[in-house]
Design a binder for this molecule. Structure first.
Ligand SMILES: Cc1cc2nc3c(=O)[nH]c(=O)nc-3n(C[C@H](O)[C@H](O)[C@H](O)COP(=O)(O)OP(=O)(O)OC[C@H]3O[C@@H](n4cnc5c(N)ncnc54)[C@H](O)[C@@H]3O)c2cc1C
Length: 415
């Protein structure tokens, strides 16, 4: 629904929220709950456009093992305070209260019972309507201007600006721009004195040298991955990843991708351990079957996909049909190195178009942790990905959007 109330009416006790993603929606619901009159703006024709595609359409809402240290930000203490005030248990309780039931996978990733991000958006939308939030869709905010103590929001193609004493900026970062977040708000925020941390793609598939992994296309498995700059360790993950025609995708490699834009691509390498859960596997095979005529490839197949076994043997110049007792020790040592410390040169990332989030944005230190209000501009609040906070895959980023949105809505909504 699109309301057309303009700034000619009294500006007091009204809040304008730019961005109807999870951060803006939560802020709107909470501010309305506090008794404020809330206007929620989004350039898309519907709310929660990106939220509706999260978790491959299933919406990975949060994580049971959430800790602030797993996020990347300029100010972890601020982040920690925010998550203490509204963390994963608060979020799950709040979702329950508004009628969204959740469940957790074995590894602690929370989803709605419906397994439907679209259903989550629909329920949030119904609550916005019930709480009287005025939703203004289909026109992008063109300018945010401060006139005395009043913020003026002008829409593309709009005539008179909307006027508010308080504004919450929840316009996201620059990832997946086709869903609406393109970063045009950052220069206005900078003009108001805030520090912008350079914005880069994060949680994004990684481009690598493809020659060594050509035969692995389509192979998916859990692996341990280190990102190295020369021999220095930048980051380390464990999880699922898949090989494809341009490099690697999946949580284990995406969780390392935010480091890549800061370095010359050629200087970085992934060091992959294909046997993170079976560290003694090769030694055990040699001890128990070393003198046998069993085929090595078949034995490797007990813990690895066949395509990967064939690829590793070929890479170590061991014949595909070799029996264990025919393989020289030095070749077995090579194979062990290949399977536990395989190095792959990084060439870059797939960029903003394929990134789940962006790193950088408004410096987190520029906001008060208890209210999300700017330290530099009274009446201006921030929530979500617009701030310099990036979490790993597993629900960390939606949790951040909900947490910061909740605190911003609560503080801005109390006049
Ligand atoms: C494919 C994909 C899958 C993902 N899966 C998960 C997952 O399962 N779990 C998880 O935790 N995270 C996931 N994420 C990340 C998550 O979606 C984001 O962290 C989250 O959406 C950020 O919320 P936000 O409200 O800050 O910003 P956004 O969701 O980006 O919302 C910002 C809104 O502001 C609007 N806007 C921006 N500028 C303007 C303007 N000038 N005028 C009007 N409107 C404007 C945009 O249209 C947009 O709707 C995924 C992301 C992608 C792309």
């Amino acid at each position: 629904m699109c309301y057309n109330e303009r700034g000619t009416e009294k500006a007091m006790e009204k809040i304008g929220i730019i961005g109807a993603g999870p951060a803006g929606i939560t802020a709107a619901l909470q501010a309305a709950h506090e008794g404020s009159k809330v206007f929620l703006f989004d350039g898309n024709d519907q709310i929660g456009r990106k939220l509706a595609v999260t978790g491959s359409g299933r919406c990975n809402l949060t994580n049971a093992h959430l800790i602030s240290e797993r996020y990347y930000s300029d100010h972890i203490p601020t982040l920690k305070t925010i998550l203490e005030k509204f963390g994963n248990t608060h979020l799950l309780q709040w979702l329950y209260e508004i009628g969204i039931r959740t469940y957790s996978t074995e590894d602690g990733w929370f989803y709605p019972v419906s397994n439907s991000a679209a259903n989550v958006v629909e329920i949030l939308s119904a609550h916005l309507k019930e709480r009287g939030v005025k939703i203004v869709l289909g026109s992008r905010v063109q300018t945010l201007h401060l006139s005395g103590e009043i913020f003026e929001i002008s829409l593309v193609g709009g005539s008179e600006p909307y006027r508010f004493p308080r504004v919450i900026l929840a316009s996201g970062g620059m990832a997946y721009p086709r869903m609406g977040s393109r970063g045009e708000i950052f220069p206005w925020v900078e003009q108001m004195g805030h520090t912008l941390i350079p914005i880069h793609p994060a949680l994004v598939p990684v481009l690598t040298d493809t020659r060594p992994i050509h035969a692995l296309q389509g192979v998916r498995l859990d692996m341990g991955i280190q990102l190295l700059l020369g021999d220095a360790l930048l980051g380390e993950t464990y999880g699922n990843a898949i090989f494809n025609e341009w490099g690697m995708n999946g949580p284990a490699v995406m969780d390392l991708s935010h480091w890549i834009p800061f370095h010359e691509p050629g200087s970085l390498a992934l060091k992959i351990n294909f046997l993170p859960n079976q560290p003694d596997f090769l030694t055990d095979v040699m001890e128990r079957f070393g003198n046998s005529s069993l085929p090595l490839q078949a034995m490797l197949g007990s813990v690895l996909p066949k395509k990967l076994c064939q690829w590793a043997l070929k890479g170590c110049l061991i014949p595909e049909n070799a029996q264990i007792n025919q393989v020289p020790h030095k070749d077995l040592a090579n194979l062990a190195e290949w399977l536990t410390a395989f190095r792959l040169q990084v060439k870059g990332t797939k960029g903003f178009d394929h990134a789940q989030v962006s790193s950088g944005g408004v410096k987190l230190e520029d906001v008060f942790a208890d209210s999300m209000q700017s330290r530099l501009q009274k009446g201006l609040y921030f929530a979500g990905e617009i701030l310099n906070v990036v979490g790993p895959c597993g629900g960390y980023n939606l949790q951040w959007a909900f947490s910061s949105g909740m605190l911003a809505g609560k503080a801005a909504g109390k006049f």
